[in-house]
Design a protein around this ligand. Sequence first.
Ligand SMILES: [Mg+2]
Length: 123
Amino acid sequence: MADPTRPPADRSQPSPDPRPAPVAPITVREFQDLIFERYYPTDSKRGAAGTFLLFMEEVGELATSLHECGPGKTPTPAQRANLGEEFVDVFAWLATLANIHGVDLTAELKKYTTPGKVTGTKD
Ligand SMILES: [Mg+2]
């Protein structure tokens, strides 16, 4: 079944699906709740502004990792493993920001799961 959260694939260039098989099923809600339960007291004390800076720090780490693993590079196994960690670090801090602001990421996913709500692509 097609993933409704992803834009339509470009069928003009055949390529294998690079996504790894999931290893530990967890819903977005479960993950956001886990982040809330573990970190909300500290996160709420730090506040939105400080948390946003930490989120952006993780985005920077992801950018570095994307560069290290980018086209024409030969990443080490450790660099390749770090790429996945940086993606999930960004996701965790995004969940943290959502918790601070009372945003339910699962509910907001309807923007991408409702057919026809998000259309078009960016080049
Ligand atoms: Mg990181």
